[in-house]
Design a protein around this ligand. Sequence first.
Ligand SMILES: Cc1cc2nc3c(=O)[nH]c(=O)nc-3n(C[C@H](O)[C@H](O)[C@H](O)COP(=O)(O)OP(=O)(O)OC[C@H]3O[C@@H](n4cnc5c(N)ncnc54)[C@H](O)[C@@H]3O)c2cc1C
Length: 404
Amino acid sequence: MAVETATFSEQTDIQRDITEMVRQFVDEQIIPNAEKYDHEDSFPEPIVEQMKELGLFGVTIPEEYGGMGLDLTTYAMIVEELSRGWISISGVVNTHFIGSYLLMKFGTDEQKDHFLPKMATGEIRAAFSLSEPEVGSDVQGIKATAKKGDDGAWELNGQKMWVTNGLGSGVVFVLMKTDPKADPPYKGMTCFITEKEPWKEVNEGDFAGLNVPPKIKKMGYKGVESTELVYDGYKCPPERVLGGEEAGIGQGFVQMMDALEVGRVNVAARGVGIGQRALELALRYSQERKTFGKPIAQHQAIQFKLADMATQLEAARLVTRKAARMKDAGERSDLEAGMAKLLASETGKFCVEESFRIHGGYGYSKEYEIERLYRDAPLLLIGEGTSEIQRMVIGKKLLQRHKI
Ligand SMILES: Cc1cc2nc3c(=O)[nH]c(=O)nc-3n(C[C@H](O)[C@H](O)[C@H](O)COP(=O)(O)OP(=O)(O)OC[C@H]3O[C@@H](n4cnc5c(N)ncnc54)[C@H](O)[C@@H]3O)c2cc1C
């Protein structure tokens, strides 16, 4: 059962209704089943099918394309609830959400008409691919290339790494170098919308040349697959350059960085969600477990842990919602999104570790949910830019805003 840490709610009626609906779904469908899928490291297909029925793949997609047309703030609230259940479930929609954001903001009308209705229902899912085996933080260092052929199509070559939903997705938004001599390098990068057959390791026909090696084995974040992607002579038609050739060539880096800004709010919401669950588990366990003649919750040292968890969590939630609201209002929010991602991912990890300690030896047992959270939480320190990278973004923006 969810534990309310704050009685004051800033939510609108729609936000309250939808988060309550998602919370009930999480309590009934995700939390009781997460352990099984985590243990098998298998894709939670029945849960994902129900999410499609609830419309959760089209939360931010406009109604004219079959989505709910809701804002980033509401989306962040939904992601927090889903992540309270299992961060792998939010991983299934996360890159999909970033792909739909890219289409809505930069796509041509034809690209929107072609993809958004199928994405709103979850008929196809999207992946988002920047990272390569030798490059993560330093995105300008990517090596994969796209070269225009005589037939007008772009030929894509190179290896991508850590692609969430790499196998099950039907479309991958991928960053390629189109002008290797560009100086600075980011000006020579383009985002391609590459289609593929979902769940197929070796693609054929129109999608030949895009192959998916076996999924990467991970310590946590199971159930949702992370894969490499190998582009080997994959032909991408010119109309699949994000925004069209005229507007899109050389714009990929800027487009992807824009998308990362909303992606960071999304990861921040995941940090709050996993932290919230860790707090709930700690509140319950500490009132059940007794030492020295009383429940451990009656020891001040344990109460201090609970207090620190709840306080940091509330701060992380507020900064996450602030960053989302700024983006919804059309304001620049790179500084706030960086702060939200940094604070909330670190808070998520902190709360999980404190809850783990409160569980004593049982926290180390697979019988207890906190063990899974302990393996899941560190991912949030890395994805969408590490904590070090967030501090770099925040520091740079602060100095820009306060130049003397
Ligand atoms: C499970 C999982 C899912 C992922 N999903 C996706 C996905 O869907 N799409 C995608 O494109 N990528 C994805 N990633 C990749 C992720 O974005 C990168 O791992 C992340 O950006 C860090 O890059 P890296 O691993 O190459 O680390 P590196 O960039 O090699 O960094 C290594 C260390 O050095 C630090 N560091 C780097 N540069 C500096 C600096 N200038 N100053 C100080 N410290 C620095 C980093 O903070 C880190 O601690 C995923 C990763 C994981 C683990």
